[in-house]
Design a protein around this ligand. Structure first.
Ligand code: SF4
Ligand code: SF4
Length: 126
């Protein structure tokens, strides 16, 4: 199990209408982060502030290039992102299905061990 390399696959896949935010998260955004709250419509994320339609891609996902010219993705609202984002990845099987790049070949040989490694890596994120 490797650490996250910011490949962006999870954000790209799940920000297309598959993320949710709690009422508390939305209320906090309304008070402290109106720039985030404007992308909420009827409790759903992420929606176009003008049309109210759900967006295909998270508006806070930023494409960058690292020093080795590798494309990476960052989150503009990292510290204020929804719990849904903070808790990904939580399950090794889901990661395999999503082709998460934290997964290594050795993880496939023992999913229980891989899950334990993941839980340790994710302690700081959750
Ligand atoms: S809020 Fe941040 S972590 Fe969540 S989908 Fe958007 S870019 Fe990714
Ligand atoms: S798919 Fe996995 S490696 Fe890629 S950004 Fe998401 S958590 Fe990180």
């Amino acid at each position: 199990m490797k650490t996250c390399n910011s490949c962006g696959k999870c954000c790209i896949k799940y920000s297309n209408g598959a993320l949710s935010a709690s009422e508390t998260e939305i209320e906090l955004w309304e008070v402290f982060n109106p720039n985030i709250a404007e992308y909420v419509k009827n409790g759903e994320i992420w929606a176009d502030p003008s049309s109210g339609k759900l967006l295909e891609l998270c508006p806070f996902l930023r494409k960058t290039t690292n020093t080795k010219s590798v494309v990476q993705y960052t989150c503009d609202i990292y510290y204020d992102r929804p719990d849904d984002c903070k808790y990904y990845p939580s399950n090794v099987r889901e990661m395999i299905n999503d082709q998460c790049e934290m997964i290594e070949a050795s993880d496939l040989l023992d999913l229980t061990k891989a899950q334990r490694k993941l839980d340790i890596i994710m302690v700081d994120s959750r």
